[in-house]
Design a protein around this ligand. Structure first.
Ligand code: AHR
Length: 500
């Protein structure tokens, strides 16, 4: 099959936002305990942070990390996680039916964030709690001193304020599974009052209101409209969450998932702009896509413990990712980038062990899943300005999304360095596509590097014993002639091309 696309430095979408490459650490399964934090591990530092994981987080190129949840935050008391560790209470976590020992809390997270060189993005509990507790936490983190909570922070060893800018006002409050689940109006009022009060403490905050957990919930659309009607002047972002998985053996539809993601983003943008029009406002609400990934929710690994069993840090949501999963994740990154004019923040869910690019063995190795690579490559290569790309390629049929174009792509252009990066997927389940990329508008550009991640078996995955089964492979067969780059994209593949 053959496809083509035209790149032009004038086809600008928006600057690349570093926050597109955010991630997420929730107190869930082994994300924290035996994930980022494992005192006694051979690579652990004096704080108990695994050095092998910190190295991989830096290699992944993560910009922000959302914390501490997720569903977990809706029953969380942040005070339990500060002060001397031996005095901290153990609590039931109702979201994941586990025991939270609170040996890792606010200070530990922020110290880890420093070492990982990431920006923290904090969530407040609007499930079981409200305005006052959010204010207490903000006073604790962002006020220099001289107040009860800021002095408590200083007594707990952090003299300087943490100065956290990004705050999520609760999590998935539309979800019937959420502790403290609310109607759109109930949540909108609470989020609005919480935001208004938080801004009285610190006027530099960037605040995220909860959007829908998924577009297939019955409240989707109306939820955004009502929540934004209540919160429009007080918040900066509305959140978007989306996970994909193969249903049965329908690989075709799975590979076409981003058709749904694009539509979801466009619908939320339209709803936000509708509220803007009704309010006659000049302000634009952007999207924080603060949970996205492939997640096999229908598999047993996602079922929390039951009954009297309340374990600490159990194995939960430990999906093993295939080559096809990496292609869908790469395609989701393409979608995020092409929406950079409105999606200016995103967090892949999650970072370690729990639906994660990085896996660990307790006391043992850390390794990269297939989905590690598209994220790391996109984070490293996407620089400057996102360019709009309209690829033309043959379609393949899907049950869920109709006919889906085989090739999807986006590009970034850094005028300062003269670097052009192109990200491409071939979603076709069986046919390779040879793509001609028209570069004439850039003048003379030479190929710096190109790579492709694929596998003969789209279900092939990496393991701790074979961590390099599915990795990007450098391409020696890409040509640039007469202002046209030609690359063959294997069926079910993710590719990157860098020119300068
Ligand atoms: O990321 C896993 C879970 O997915 C989060 O806790 C929740 O917000 C979402 O439903």
């Amino acid at each position: 099959l053959a496809g083509r696309l035209v790149l032009n430095p004038d086809f600008r979408v928006a600057p690349v936002s570093r926050r597109t490459f955010g991630s997420f650490v929730e107190h869930l399964g082994r994300c924290v305990y035996t994930g980022i934090y494992e005192p006694g591990h051979a690579t652990a530092d004096a704080d108990g942070f695994r050095g092998d994981v910190l190295d991989l987080v830096r290699e992944l190129g993560v910009s922000t990390v959302r914390y501490p949840g997720g569903n977990f935050v809706s029953g969380y008391r942040w005070e339990d996680g500060v002060g001397p560790v031996e005095d901290r209470p153990a609590r039931l976590d109702l979201a994941w039916h586990t025991l939270e020992p609170n040996t890792f809390g606010l200070h530990e997270f922020l110290r880890w964030a420093d070492k990982a060189e990431i920006e923290p993005m904090m969530a407040v509990n609007l499930g079981t709690r409200g305005v006052q507790e959010a204010l207490d936490l903000l006073e604790y983190t962002n006020i220099a001193g001289g107040t009860a909570f800021s002095e408590q922070r200083r007594a707990n060893g952090a003299d300087e304020p943490f100065a956290i800018r990004m705050w999520c006002l609760g999590n998935e409050m539309d979800g019937p599974w959420q502790v403290g689940h609310k109607t759109a109006y109930e949540y909108g009022r609470l989020a609005s009052e919480t935001a208004r009060a938080m801004r009285l403490v610190d006027d530099r905050l960037e605040l995220v209101a909860c959007g829908s957990s998924a577009p297939d919930l019955p409240t989707f659309g109306e939820w955004e409209r009502v929540v934004l009607t209540e919160t429009y002047d007080e918040v900066d972002y509305i959140s978007v969450h989306r996970y994909y998985e193969i249903k049965g053996d329908d690989l075709h539809s799975f590979l076409g998932s981003v058709v749904d993601m694009d539509r979801f983003v466009d619908s939320v943008v339209a709803t936000a702009d509708h509220v803007k029009a009704v309010k006659k406002s000049d302000k634009q609400i952007d999207l924080s896509f603060d949970e996205w990934n492939v997640w096999y929710q229908s598999r047993a690994a996602s079922v929390p413990p039951q009954g009297a069993d309340w374990p600490v840090g159990p194995v939960l949501l430990e999906d093993q990712y295939s080559a096809a999963d990496a292609v869908v994740v790469g395609n989701m990154l393409i979608s995020l980038l092409r929406h950079s004019d409105r999606v200016t923040s995103a967090s892949q869910a999650q970072l370690v062990n729990v639906i994660a690019p990085i896996m660990t063995e307790p006391g043992g190795r850390a390794w990269r899943q297939t989905i590690f690579y598209p994220f790391a490559q996109a984070s490293a290569l996407a620089q400057g300005t996102v360019l709009r790309v309209e690829p033309v390629s043959p379609t393949f049929p899907t049950v869920q999304h109709g006919d889906v174009p085989s090739v999807d792509a986006v590009a970034t252009w850094d005028e300062g360095t003269g670097r052009l990066a192109v990200f491409l997927v071939n979603r076709n389940p069986s046919e390779p596509v040879t793509v001609d990329v028209d570069l004439a508008a850039f003048g003379a550009l030479a190929l710096s590097e190109a790579s492709t991640l694929t596998s003969d078996d789209p279900y092939d995955h990496n393991t701790a014993d074979e961590p390099d089964r599915v990795v990007p492979v450098a391409r020696e067969d890409v040509t640039v002639e007469g202002g046209v780059l030609t690359i063959e994209l294997p069926a079910v593949s993710w590719s990157t091309v860098l020119l300068a």
